[in-house]
Ligand binder design. Sequence first.
Ligand code: IMP
Ligand code: MG
Length: 173
Amino acid sequence: MEPKLSPLFTKDEIAAAVSRLAAEIRRDYRDKNPLLIAVLKGSFVFLADLVRQLNLPLEIEFVRLSSYGKGTESSGRVRMAPGAPSQIKGRHVLVIEDIIDTGLTAAFLLDYLGRKKPASLKYCSLTDKKERRRVMVNIDYRGLTVPDKFIVGYGLDCDEKFRNLPDIYTLEQ
Ligand code: IMP
Ligand code: MG
């Protein structure tokens, strides 16, 4: 069946959310030289827009995780791909995510990074699908709350498609 896309957030609404998050992060990390750790692949568009509004010294690393198989249902198991950043100790780490759904990815990553003794560890997610939460996680910087539907666009995919759309849509299959 053809997937049906329904508009959820326009690029202007997304840009406003990104600007607000950037202002909060600039305020909190002014003298901290943070290490941003972006979760691939979905966060790449958000990260690119966000960091260009952070006029402060920072570094960027990427991690690759997976909890999703094909399709729209979480497998419930989170794994770390090889090549995880090594210099975490003593750094002010800020994780950059596209979406928090069940919270399993965030919980895994906070535990994994926390063991490497960062000076501080916070979480930033562009979107939050609150209703689906299975584990409690603290989101320090939250962009847009989304309904319990599968969303695509602005980096978010379904089976690797739709990441390039400038707006965010819900997907009905
Ligand atoms: P969680 O571990 O269930 O919180 O899921 C986190 C990951 O699942 C996100 O980083 C996304 O890659 C993916 N994901 C969850 N919901 C959606 C969605 O609605 N659209 C696209 N990807 C999603
Ligand atoms: Mg993701």
